[in-house]
Design a protein around this ligand. Structure first.
Ligand SMILES: Nc1ncnc2c1ncn2[C@@H]1O[C@H](COP(=O)(O)OP(=O)(O)OP(=O)(O)O)[C@@H](O)[C@H]1O
Length: 340
């Protein structure tokens, strides 16, 4: 488990001070994939780097398991960092060394024997799917292949935690998905706890169990990914969710003042396969038309979001919405007079 308690980080730039993290607290459970999402400059990298003390907090504490990092000597901290692998947006590979040497590098530094090292490099290359590239140099690889080397290197010392600093931001969408799948497989098969930072809600949706939203150095919202997607509370979270759902134009959609309400329904899990709308709405004497809709997946479970125009008597619309909510559908009113 990783515990961050009341961490504040202040950067000094000349005479100016900048508070990059303000009283940040969060807990990452062992074995989960925890995502931190925020705009540029929100404090994501600073927070991630506080987890392995590449940045030292000005106040607050960071615990990795039972170890309080601020209590460690420099040497003990170096030892502890072996338990924490890290991968980067720009891969940070050694360009003059082969893929084999890059993966072996942390083991070489820790004094591993040649035979053991060779065996481990081959195991890791196999795990991340780059066995055929071991003798190549980073300059001969694609971005996705480079990130695979970065992942293999990060796993070389068998860490219990993997920190991912915008690991897919430099990659195209298809390669991003394959790297996210690899991270998810590694999390499942090796039980490694993963903390990733990103500015893309799609990354959070694809593989994370829980998410924290950071804005201006403050955690403004955190929770299970499906809960945050279904019931976002903070404005910044809502803005990030708009990245996932392109709902341009919905708030200006022309509706009749009376008798019409435009709602957004979000749902998660097997409920997606049930004919709930067709069942409930006509029974409540409501006509409906679906204006927009997406069914995607969250950790392989269905997650849907649809915009529906409801037409009917006010009381009937209220009753219909209540019944949708009772079925576990999150409902928001986009336009129209309807308090829910
Ligand atoms: N070494 C530093 N010295 C001074 N200010 C810094 C330093 N590092 C970061 N900052 C400032 O702290 C704030 C948070 O930076 P940080 O890199 O953590 O944000 P971020 O969310 O990771 O942004 P990005 O997505 O653009 O990488 C920013 O305003 C940044 O300018």
């Amino acid at each position: 488990m990783i515990k961050i308690e009341h961490v504040t980080k202040i950067y000094q730039a000349g005479k100016q001070q900048h508070t990059a993290l303000k009283d940040v607290s969060l807990t990452v459970q062992k074995g989960e994939i925890f995502g931190i999402v925020g705009h540029s400059g929100a404090g994501k990298s600073t927070l991630l780097r506080c987890i392995n003390f590449l940045e030292t907090p000005d106040s607050g504490e960071v615990w990795i398991g039972d170890t309080q990092l601020s209590q460690l000597s420099k040497k003990q901290l170096q030892e502890k960092r072996r338990e924490i692998g890290m991968i980067f947006q720009q891969f940070h590979l050694l360009s003059s060394k082969t893929v084999f040497e890059n993966i072996a590098f942390p083991m070489r530094l820790s004094g591993a024997g040649k035979q053991k090292m060779e065996q481990r490099v081959r195991e890791l290359a196999d795990l991340v799917g780059i066995t055929d590239h071991l003798q190549k140099y980073p300059g001969e690889l694609s971005g996705g292949q480079k990130q695979r080397v970065g992942i293999a290197r990060a796993l070389a010392l068998q860490p219990s935690v993997l920190l991912c600093d915008e690991a897919t931001s430099a990659l195209d969408p298809k390669t991003t998905q394959s790297i996210l799948q690899l991270l998810s497989d590694i999390n499942q098969s090796l039980g490694i706890t993963i903390v990733l930072i990103t500015h893309e809600m799609q990354v959070i949706r694809s593989i994370c169990d829980r998410v924290a939203v950071i804005d201006n150095g403050i955690i403004v919202e955190q929770g299970n990914v499906n809960e945050v997607f279904l019931h976002p509370e903070h404005q910044v979270t809502k803005e990030f969710l708009e990245q996932v759902w392109d709902e341009t134009g919905l708030s200006d959609f022309p509706i009749a003042e009376e008798r019409q309400v435009l709602i957004r329904c979000s749902f998660f899990g097997d409920i997606a396969y049930e004919p709930i709308l067709a069942d409930i709405l006509p029974r409540c004497k409501i006509n409906f038309s679906i204006l927009q809709g997406t069914l995607s997946h969250m950790k392989k479970r269905p997650f849907g979001r649809i915009a529906i125009l409801l037409s009917g008597e006010n009381d009937d619309i209220h009753a219909g919405i209540r019944q949708l909510q009772e079925k576990g559908i999150a409902v928001e009113v986009i336009q129209g007079c309807c308090k829910i």
